[in-house]
Design a protein around this ligand. Sequence first.
Ligand SMILES: Cc1cc2nc3c(=O)[nH]c(=O)nc-3n(C[C@H](O)[C@H](O)[C@H](O)COP(=O)(O)OP(=O)(O)OC[C@H]3O[C@@H](n4cnc5c(N)ncnc54)[C@H](O)[C@@H]3O)c2cc1C
Length: 263
Amino acid sequence: MVKQAKKKSDKKRKAFVIGAGMSGLSSALRMAELGLEVTLFEKDSTVGGMAGSFAWGEFPHMDHGPHIFHTPDERQAKIWDTEYGDLFYKNEFWGKNVKGEKFDQYYDYPLSIDSLRDFPEDARVKILREISHLDETRKAEAKTYREYVLELVGPTLMEMFFIRYPQKLWGVTVDEMTANWAPKRVNFRRSKGHFHAGQWSAVGKYGAGKVLERMAEKFVEQGGVLRLNTALTGIEKRDDVITALVFGKERVAVGPSGHIVST
Ligand SMILES: Cc1cc2nc3c(=O)[nH]c(=O)nc-3n(C[C@H](O)[C@H](O)[C@H](O)COP(=O)(O)OP(=O)(O)OC[C@H]3O[C@@H](n4cnc5c(N)ncnc54)[C@H](O)[C@@H]3O)c2cc1C
């Protein structure tokens, strides 16, 4: 009995991660570091997902997706400093929101009371009047993203900056999104500041993609198995529990203690 129990605990727990973007690489690497037997499946021929870089004219490292790595978490910052420090330029990054048919209007972003000084006079007067009528109670009771943002910045700023973005990025309207999405996404500051004020922030010295490539290398060094060009096409279930992952003609059995992370 004792022997059997020992044998069981010696057996490595298995984990299967679908997608080698930032989410999949982070979770696969962490689980491999913790001693799990991890296989990471990626449908493309490279890792990175949205985070990748390419050469364009005189620019050797253009990011086609995310570029700013930022975190308020000290443990994460320490990992980036010690294990990826040579791949980063740490700095403060200032954001502008570009508007106008000719893309010739620049607004400080994130928004702040201070930045309203640079708005056209009539818009600023209107916005300040709206801000003086904001209602904290209605904001606390907001059910939708729209209701929350309306009480955070007023109707004019909401229309200018916050209505179209969720629709464009996530394909849902601000009425379909619940209010709890807003505090993480929408910021209205008192004074001007850099985009990720109070956080560790950096861009990739050789493009964002290089950082994710190193994560993949570390994952493999930890004994992880990286399967590129392998798209998940289906799952098999019994009693509502996943028993196998299907990759085209290949079927990978998942035991009862197997972990699956789908990104
Ligand atoms: C233009 C742009 C700029 C951005 N800027 C920033 C920024 O500066 N800072 C920031 O923090 N965030 C930024 N973001 C957001 C950030 O890019 C994403 O939140 C993040 O990259 C998402 O990572 P992910 O791993 O969740 O998804 P993804 O990167 O999409 O990875 C998913 C992976 O799964 C793979 N996959 C999909 N289907 C299957 C399947 N069936 N089988 C196997 N594999 C599959 C895909 O090929 C992909 O590699 C930006 C996004 C964009 C588009």
